[in-house]
Design a protein around this ligand. Structure first.
Ligand code: AHR
Length: 522
């Protein structure tokens, strides 16, 4: 791109940015990146539920990836593989969303309780037409949560289920007494489980029933009426929200149903190379596809801002939160895999997608109190990939691990003025970042350099923050498409970072090209 073209593109983006108030404002070519962290103006809590993971009955996301049942060749506890559980515990996964996705709106919970060998074997009509053994049902899900140490977020069946079926599922899970509690006890669990959040269907505009916004909001109100938990317990009721930029959906749902809701969802996938259907190769890509993907992921900022503006109109107190409960990259499936399994490799590019989104959620933490990356194991932008006994952690896993101190931390506002990075028509701020004061009292700063070619030195003014030392880790690699395999599992992994200094209230960080850096200040 010529300098003039680049300036024109930059001007365009600046106009768009002015509307959406991005978390980084881009400056003209060649200037260094500067930032200010406002420790003296603490913002909202960065809710730990922003690190929710999504696990759907899809491909090997559950069967094989988490659940191995009686397969004694894979070390397991009560059917769940020990290696994957240990990796998830290390991430401190706060919540697991289950059983779908599209799967949820055809799922009948009664088919997943009782003796496993008596449960009906169905066809998974959404994902690959394979058999669904119903081996993982309600009891197994709560066992998974127990092992991981996570809270429950169940998506109910609005699509082809009834309000009665949904209400009875909640009673089966939460009731201390009564026939459904007795049935639960007969099936092996006397005590009620804690049910934190419940989704009123999924994508009601699509696989959840192809409804109009008006019809869906009426249906949502009806189902919500019957979501009852025992006295003294609470349940977060989450409505199936908009697809990407469908602002009318949010407008209608907030106008019609806000009183009966605690949250409204938003689904936005990063789909490079022309959008739907997903065409981009997860691994074989060049700089243009790198830039295309990262530019597409920046759109999350604009989308949240747009939906939040509508929510502000109906709910200025911000009681109803936005749950971005499906996000992440969606590429063409790995060659040789069942296309219905949505299995894709995960590269350094995905790591940057993750860090940029986690930064965007910090900026909008007043309204965004839950998000769920899609999905946890073996599906789309996964944390973990498995094949038989083998397991590997992806670059995305490492970003989630590096950002752990953000869980329930206090957001510290950050202003970033950074040069543009562009490739062909794809233009974006070169540096993304966020900062928090963690529950450990330390300030944690995340900075990502999206430019795969140029290093970027960031000078950060620390307002109201007393710091003596800085330590940190960096995630980067030689190639933009570097990834971990079962044979080479450590190609992309965080290592100690020595490129940061602090002196006289200023932090200086020498970001390598294509890198994610997380710093601890104390
Ligand atoms: O995550 C895969 C699918 O994407 C989910 O089942 C659905 O909700 C969305 O369209």
């Amino acid at each position: 791109m010529t300098k003039t073209l680049r300036r024109a593109a930059a001007a365009l983006l600046l106009c768009a940015s002015a509307l959406t108030a991005p978390l980084a404002s881009a400056d003209t070519d060649g200037k260094p990146t500067t930032a200010t962290i406002h420790g003296d103006r603490p913002g909202p809590v960065y809710d730990k539920r922003i690190f929710t993971q999504f696990a759907e009955h899809l491909g090997t996301g559950i069967y094989g990836g988490l659940w191995v049942g009686n397969d004694k060749s894979i070390p397991q506890t009560n059917g769940f593989r020990n290696d994957v559980i240990a990796a998830l515990r290390n991430l401190a996964v706060p919540v697991i969303r289950w059983p779908g996705g599209c799967f949820a709106d055809e799922y009948h919970w009664r088919e997943g309780i009782g003796p496993r060998n008596k449960r009906p074997v169905k066809v998974n009509t959404n994902w690959g037409g394979v058999t669904e053994p119903n081996a993982v049902g309600t009891h197994e899900y709560f066992e998974l949560l127990r092992q991981v140490g996570a809270e429950a977020y169940i998506s109910g069946n609005v699509g082809n289920g009834t309000p009665q079926e949904m209400a009875e599922w909640i009673e089966y899970i939460t009731a201390p007494a009564g026939s459904l509690a007795d049935e639960r006890a007969r099936n092996g669990h006397k005590e009620p489980w804690a049910l934190a959040s419940f989704g009123i269907g999924n994508e009601l505009w699509g696989c959840g029933g192809n409804m109009s916004a008006q019809y869906a909001s009426d249906v949502t109100k009806r189902y919500s009426t019957f979501l009852k938990v025992p006295a003294g317990k609470t349940l977060v009721r989450i409505a199936a929200g908009a697809n990407g930029g469908d602002y009318n959906w949010t407008e209608v749902t907030m106008r019609e149903a806000a009183k009966q809701l605690d949250a409204l969802s938003l689904h936005y996938y990063t789909l490079p190379q022309g959008g739907w259907p997903p065409k981009a190769d997860p691994v074989k890509f060049g700089e243009t596809e790198w830039a295309d993907t990262l530019a597409a992921t920046w759109k999350m900022d604009e989308l949240i801002a747009g939906h939040a503006r509508i929510m502000d109109k109906y709910d200025p107190q911000k009681r109803v939160f936005l749950a971005v409960d499906e996000w992440g990259t969606w590429y063409a499936p790995d060659p040789g895999t069942n296309p219905g399994f949505l299995r894709q490799q995960n590269t350094l590019r995905d790591a940057l997608v993750a860090s940029v989104n986690l930064d965007i959620f910090a900026k909008h933490a007043d309204r965004v109190r839950m998000t769920a990356i899609a999905q946890m194991v073996n599906v789309l932008q996964a944390m973990i990939l498995t094949e038989g006994r083998k397991m590997v952690l992806t670059p995305t896993y490492h970003v989630f691990e590096m950002y752990k101190p953000w869980q329930d931390a206090t957001v510290l506002p950050i202003d970033i003025a950074t040069p543009w990075y562009n490739k062909d028509k794809f233009v974006m701020p070169a540096v993304s970042g966020s900062a928090v004061r963690g529950k450990d009292g330390k300030v944690h700063v995340g900075l990502s350099n999206l430019d795969p070619n140029q290093p970027n030195t960031v000078t950060v003014k620390l307002d109201g923050i007393n710091v003596a030392t800085v330590t940190g880790r960096v995630l980067t690699a030689q190639a933009i498409n570097a990834h971990n395999t079962f044979d080479a599992p450590e190609t992309v992994r965080p290592v100690p970072f020595t490129g940061a200094q602090v002196s006289g209230g200023t932090l200086t960080v020498a970001l390598p090209p294509k890198s994610v850096v997380v710093l601890d200040l104390q």
